[in-house]
Design a protein around this ligand. Sequence first.
Ligand SMILES: [Zn+2]
Length: 90
Amino acid sequence: MNAPMSYLDGNAAAGELSRIFAVDITSAQGQCANCGCKKPFAEAHLYMQCPGVVARCALCGHVLLRLVHVRQRAFLDLRGMTYLSIETAQ
Ligand SMILES: [Zn+2]
C-alpha cells in the first residue's frame, strides 16, 4: 500500500507561476473541468513532490494544472480547468 502524498494549498504555487504570469494567479477563480466546481485557485491542492507542480481540485481531486520547466522552456497544462478568471483591475 502506498502512503498518501501530502500537499500544500494553491498559494504555494505563487512563486512558480509568477515566472510566467504578470498577475497573481493564486487569486484567480477557476472551474474544474471534471466536477464543475468554481473555486479560488488558492484552494487547490498542490503537489510539489514530482518533476514540476501539479494542482488538483480540492473537491474531486481532478488535475487542474501541471507546470514543468525543461531547460529554458515552461510547459503549462491547464486542460483540467474549464476557465480561469483573473482580476485585472489593480
Ligand atoms: Zn473537481
